[in-house]
Ligand binder design. Structure first.
Ligand SMILES: Nc1ncnc2c1ncn2[C@@H]1O[C@H](COP(=O)(O)OP(=O)(O)OP(=O)(O)O)[C@@H](O)[C@H]1O
Length: 290
């Protein structure tokens, strides 16, 4: 399947400033494979929360790896604060101080003997002073609520704990853009809520957060913007508007989010004016009852 640039003005969400990171007309194919992404453009303005959705194999992971410099577009370019990124050591180091990717499987990310060593690795690699490294590691362990696990071997942790350790490693880099590939997959509901709290704190501090997910309800309630990767292209914009486009949602093999379905029912019964925003969660529905 090939994702192409959409044929309509879809890519840019209302920006709060010039994009921090941006792919422009990027195409990519794995060696001996078909084109996965074809001329795709996507800009991430600062401080926004964006959900990336699409069917299995649509190219979400590929797109996130292109944005974070792990893959290089065959054509088109990656820009950091408007400047083209050179895919050499210097260019990628500069990119990684700003953009951090947390991959889907924590076992692809964790490699050090203990949690603390793993979380320290990135800041140490930046050549920071020891006190600065320690401060960042403490901050990241606290943020992910895993300080008690600092001396534990990573391979002896539960899946959810490993996932949090992997995210802590990215957070310790204090990135302006944090990209997470299906971070809630495999977490229990409590773990998911804790993770969303962590992401809310990072966003409050101005971090741009991008999350690939298959969960449309999570996307509607958590994200300001959504991007749907379909065979026709990337459809991006404010989350409620993007997820209301039935044909794009169907092309991404998703379903209508709960909140939009509830909004339809409220409007059909005259309980909500056409212009008023609807509930995004069952908890918010309570506010419409009286
Ligand atoms: N290392 C690789 N080598 C060759 N082909 C690959 C590689 N990784 C992914 N692909 C192919 O590229 C396409 C896009 O894969 P990708 O992992 O980006 O999709 P995805 O949207 O993240 O999927 P999922 O929702 O299943 O995680 C798929 O057809 C996949 O088979």
């Amino acid at each position: 399947m090939t994702a192409r640039a959409g044929g309509e003005p879809t890519a840019a969400a209302p920006a709060d400033g010039p994009p921090v990171v941006e792919l422009s007309h990027a195409s990519f194919a794995y060696p001996d494979g078909p084109l996965v992404l074809d001329g795709l453009s996507w800009a991430l303005p600062p401080g926004r929360a964006t959900a990336l959705l699409g069917r299995n194999g649509s190219g979400k992971t590929t797109l996130l790896r292109l944005l974070s410099g792990g893959l290089r577009p065959a054509s088109g370019e990656l820009r950091l604060r408007g400047e083209p990124v050179a895919h050499d050591r210097k260019g990628l180091t500069r990119l990684r101080t700003t953009v951090q990717l947390v991959v889907q499987d924590p076992d692809d990310q964790l490699f050090a003997a203990s949690v603390e060593q793993d979380v320290s690795f990135g800041p140490l690699n930046l050549g920071l002073e020891e006190t600065e490294v320690l401060a960042r590691v403490e901050e990241a362990l606290d943020a992910l609520d895993i300080a008690a696990l600092r001396d534990r071997p990573t391979h002896l942790l539960s899946f959810g704990q490993r996932k949090r350790a992997a995210i802590a490693g990215a957070v310790a880099m204090r990135p302006r853009v944090l990209i997470l590939d299906e971070p809630t997959a495999g977490l229990d509901p409590h773990g998911q809520e804790r993770l969303l709290e962590v992401l809310a704190r990072l966003r409050a501090a101005g971090t741009t957060v991008v999350m690939a997910t298959h969960d449309v309800d999570l996307a509607l309630r958590w994200a300001q913007d959504a991007a749907l990767l379909t065979p026709e292209g990337l459809h991006a914009g404010p989350a409620a508007a993007v997820l209301a486009r039935a044909e794009h949602v169907a092309a991404a093999r998703l379903r209508r989010p709960w909140g939009l379905a509830a909004t339809d029912v409220l409007r059909a019964h005259g309980l909500l004016s056409p212009a008023a925003p609807g509930p995004r969660t069952p908890e918010e529905l309570d506010g419409y009852a009286g």
